[in-house]
Design a protein around this ligand. Structure first.
Ligand code: GNR
Ligand code: NI
Length: 175
């Protein structure tokens, strides 16, 4: 297993549209395991392949309190959606920013699991939010795209500033 580097906004690679997984091979399973390890280490409740610069339709989620319910979705599709709900979202690719986004309240998702077998899942609450957030990543879309241009520009500056500060602190430590 390995911890992978997570791309950060505004990295243009986050805009890549992922291709379908052609076959669920050992290499895909290894990628899913590395993504789970990376997600748990972050820590986060979801991670899309796009965020680790792997552009195939694969995502992992665990919304449990104790990292006990890993879910792997390969070639996910939303087959039904109902209602609307606005929830605060964060993203490992947009660190330390939390903003409200409106999404479907309940969804039904169809995907392949780690074994390459089709499954369907009905989701609501945080799981429903997270699945929709991760599926957006596979389309090259980020939650900040739902915000006003003004809000997004402001947040981009805030991120650049935080990164500059982190770089300066790191440089000081190696002196
Ligand atoms: O860890 C994460 N938390 C989160 C909280 C609210 C809504 C969505 C998320 S997903 C995020 C991890 C991530 O960036 N996945 O792409
Ligand atoms: Ni995200």
């Amino acid at each position: 297993m390995a911890i992978l580097e997570i791309l950060e906004y505004p990295d243009p690679r986050l805009r890549t549209v992922a291709a379908p997984v052609a076959a669920v091979t050992d290499a895909i399973r290894r990628q899913a395991d590395d993504m789970l390890e990376t997600m748990y280490a972050a820590p986060g409740i979801g991670l899309a392949a796009t965020q680790v610069d792997f552009h195939q339709r694969l995502l992992v989620i665990d919304v449990s309190e104790d990292q006990s319910q890993p879910l792997v979705f390969i070639n996910p599709e939303i087959v039904a959606a109902d209602g609307l709900a606005k929830n605060d979202e964060g993203c490992l690719s947009v660190p330390e920013i939390y903003e409200a986004v409106e999404r479907a309240e309940t969804i039904r998702v169809k995907a392949l699991n780690r074994e390459g077998k089709t499954f369907e899942l009905e989701a609501e609450g945080l799981l429903a939010v997270c699945i929709q957030h991760e599926m957006d990543h596979l389309e090259g879309k980020l939650f900040v795209d739902y915000l006003s241009d003004m809000k997004r520009q402001r947040l981009k500056k805030k991120l650049a500033k935080a990164r500059k500060r982190d770089a300066e602190l790191a440089a000081r430590e190696t002196r």
